[in-house]
Design a protein. Structure first.
Length: 454
């Protein structure tokens, strides 16, 4: 046991954390075998399992989940009678998109301008390293005062629900008094934040067919229905002229009454080009935390290079719909499906396939665990009080855990602040945020144990 402050211990562990994050980022663990070899995810899962074993976790297991991926589980017993805390992160990542747009290779952690760049550095491989740092620091200061379960998911970014289905089939596995989801982020670097709400998500693939085969655009254009043009018109029906999401029957007018997001800050964070307006109405917080948002995330069409003067017989698009708290993702899926079928022009044949779905989430911020976290964050960020915000993204597991363990308190923290640019090129993590949030998590576990003994 060391007499120095726990903050100094965590600071001394940062070089090791950088080395480990470098190793973990190097795995191209995109949970889609159509894009990257399955072996990359399997190797990342093995790495996570080995890291838990090295920290004396018991019952470490690679769980084969129903979607064909693996989640990694481990248990670290605490003192007799201590509460149990579940720590969550995911090791799968988004694809790197246009690798040529990265200033350094996406799967090589690279330090630049005081940040560490690499796919998954913040979302959410860094979250797993954060958990390790907090636990190591506590071990150096008398031991971990709670029992700890760790679960590292292998397909969160795909939204295929493997871990949710596994947890529902094995409800005893992840039981805990409190759950810390390490997959969100501070509202801004240096401003400690817990996330109170998450939008849910539904993802659909829509295919339009209009012709038996492609046709010469000069011979048939002007009368023959072009599937690509039909798709463009259909996708346009999902937004009003001001950019507001317009899915038939889906409410899109809720207000956010918490922490606000100044428009100038949002424009800077989102890197909106000068002269280009934002879409939608209401405050920025209304639009990104309290209302649905539709996005066309992919479309199959001929590339410009090599294009021929042809009418397209078939077109396909993938659509993501973010569903705010207070709305049901399954009902939103039905409304979006009905909308797509109703608005296809010219009698185009429509088929819709559901790819993924997750319910929105709202945390109980009045719970005792939040008091412990507020105290911890204020100690880790001197002069700052913990803030509560929403998050436009989805973590489908949250609702599964809330349903399975209704008495458990769920907190959401993490490294994905705006500068991290998660899901975009040049994703990065702030090492200072990693250090401070690891300290906050360590202090939280200590505070929480004390509160349960009181």
């Amino acid at each position: 046991m060391t007499a120095r402050p726990i903050s100094e211990t965590i600071a001394s562990l940062m070089p090791r954390a950088k080395t480990e994050l470098t190793e973990l980022v190097a795995f191209q663990s995109v949970a889609d075998p159509a894009q990257f070899p399955r072996s990359e995810c399997e190797a990342a899962a093995d790495w996570v399992g080995d890291a838990l074993r090295a920290e004396d976790f018991q019952d470490v297991a690679l769980l084969d989940t129903p979607d064909g991926t693996r989640s990694v589980y481990g248990f670290l017993p605490g003192p007799a009678g201590a509460p149990t805390v579940l720590l969550y992160a995911h090791y799968d990542v988004q694809p790197p998109l246009d690798e040529s747009a990265w200033l350094s290779p996406p799967f090589e952690l690279t330090e630049r301008d005081g940040r560490w760049f690499g796919r998954g550095a913040a979302d959410c491989k860094g979250g797993f390293i954060m958990h390790l740092l907090a636990l190591r620091a506590l071990k150096a200061h008398g031991g971990v005062p709670v029992s700890v379960k760790v679960i590292a998911e292998g397909s969160e970014e795909q939204g295929t629900g493997g871990l949710e289905q596994y947890a529902e089939a094995h409800p005893e596995l992840l039981t805990a008094d409190t759950i810390v989801i390490g997959d969100t982020g501070n509202f801004r670097v240096g401003l400690p934040t817990v996330t109170a709400t998450l939008r849910g998500m539904t993802m659909l693939r829509v295919t339009l067919d209009t012709l038996e085969g492609n046709l010469h655009s000069g011979q048939f254009g002007g009368a023959a229905p072009d599937a690509l043009a039909a798709m463009i018109q259909l996708l346009a029906s999902l937004r009003a002229e001001d950019g507001t999401t317009t899915v038939d029957g889906l409410a899109a007018d809720a207000d956010w009454d918490g922490l606000q997001y100044p428009e100038a800050d949002f424009r800077k964070d989102a890197k909106v080009l000068d002269g280009v307006g934002l879409i939608g109405t209401g405050t920025v917080a209304d639009r990104i935390w309290a209302r649905p948002a539709v996005t066309v995330i992919g479309i199959d069409c001929p590339p410009v290079v090599g294009a021929t003067p042809s009418l397209q017989a078939s077109a396909r698009a993938q659509i993501s719909l973010r569903v705010p708290p207070g709305q049901d993702a399954a009902a939103a899926t039905e409304l979006l499906t009905a909308h797509l079928k109703a608005h296809a022009p010219w009698g185009a044949r429509v088929s819709v396939e559901q790819v993924g779905q997750g319910q929105p989430f709202r945390a109980d911020t009045s719970s005792p665990a939040y008091t412990s976290m507020a105290q911890a964050m204020e100690a880790a960020y001197p002069g700052e009080k913990m803030q509560t915000s929403g998050m436009g993204g989805s973590i489908p597991l949250c609702n599964t855990l809330a349903a399975l363990y209704p008495e458990a308190e769920i907190l959401l923290i993490g490294l994905s602040e705006p500068e991290a640019q998660i899901h975009a090129v040049n994703e990065s993590v702030s090492p200072e945020e990693l250090e401070r949030l690891s300290l906050a998590e360590a202090l939280f576990l200590r505070n929480y144990a004390d509160s349960k003994r009181a």
